[in-house]
Design a protein around this ligand. Structure first.
Ligand SMILES: C[S@@+](CC[C@H](N)C(=O)[O-])C[C@H]1O[C@@H](n2cnc3c(N)ncnc32)[C@H](O)[C@@H]1O
Length: 250
């Protein structure tokens, strides 16, 4: 599901800014740092850093067994472990850089996870995180569609990426000093509804309790007809998407 969402974003958000490059640019690495990627997913970012010639220790942790075993199979020379961001299995002051790429909004307690980042970072270590931005009407239509589904199915979507975002993150990281921040916006422009409907389809398990297949198909048909109506009247379905990179220091 994560891979499907990523592929939708990379194919349809224009201009598409490769966030790994932005991360590399922000970090200004000397290549020797010990780096911990929390919520590393399939490990692509760490492999990207390795491919750029990084020689320091690279560690990726994720709560998902499946993702970690996939990362281990794909990439060698990187340590991958199943672990919880809220209880990191590392000593105090053990990493030069900690990265949380599009993951902080998934943890149960954001303050606990941020406190763990601070604990494992060395003195003056760098904390880099990426989040979504909801400025400039970003994701407004998607949010409306999610609300429409909530009403249709009498379900609540489990709150995720709005909890911490580029507009409100400051309240969680007041103990860190700001070093760098950048935001980037792109537009989705679709002439057919199906890629977007397939994207929305991946959010089934974000609703609680999980809708049945019949309920989910029913909701998606309604979203499809809303999007098709818009394409018919305006010539295309358009949506802005925003994201950002933040770099802070301990
Ligand atoms: C949106 S994905 C981002 C994955 C990866 N950082 C990327 O950008 O491709 C969020 C990841 O955070 C992981 N995650 C969620 N809660 C976590 C926790 N408490 N501790 C560690 N990882 C967690 C999920 O399993 C998932 O792989």
């Amino acid at each position: 599901m994560l891979a499907k969402r990523k592929s939708f974003n990379a194919r349809h958000i224009k201009p598409w800014r490769v966030i790994n490059k932005e991360i590399m640019h922000a970090l200004e690495l000397d290549g020797k740092e010990g780096i911990l990627d929390i919520g590393c997913g399939f490990g692509d970012l760490l492999q990207y850093l390795k491919g750029q010639g990084h020689e320091g220790r690279l560690t990726g942790i994720d709560l998902s067994d499946g993702m970690i075993s996939c990362a281990r199979k794909r990439y060698s020379g990187i340590t991958f472990m199943v672990a919880d961001a809220e209880k990191l299995p590392f000593k105090d002051n053990s990493y030069d850089v900690v990265i949380c790429k599009h993951m902080l909004y998934h943890v149960n307690s954001i303050p606990k996870a941020v406190a763990e980042v601070r604990r494992v970072l060395k003195y003056e270590g760098k904390f880099l995180f990426t989040l979504n931005s909801y400025a400039n009407h970003s994701s407004g239509k998607f949010d409306n569609h999610i609300q429409a589904i909530e009403k249709m199915l009498s379900r609540k979507k489990i709150e995720t990426s709005h909890r911490i975002n580029m507009e409100n993150y400051h309240r969680y990281v007041s103990l860190f000093s700001p070093l760098f921040e950048s935001r980037m916006y792109g537009s989705i422009h679709l002439k057919t509804a199906s890629p977007y409907v397939d994207y929305v389809r991946t959010f089934k398990h974000f609703f609680s309790p999980t809708p049945s297949d019949e309920e989910w198909d029913f909701a998606l048909r309604k979203i499809q007809s809303k999007v098709e109506k818009e394409i018919k009247s305006k010539g295309a379905f358009e949506e802005v998407r925003g994201k950002g990179v933040v770099l802070m220091q301990k």
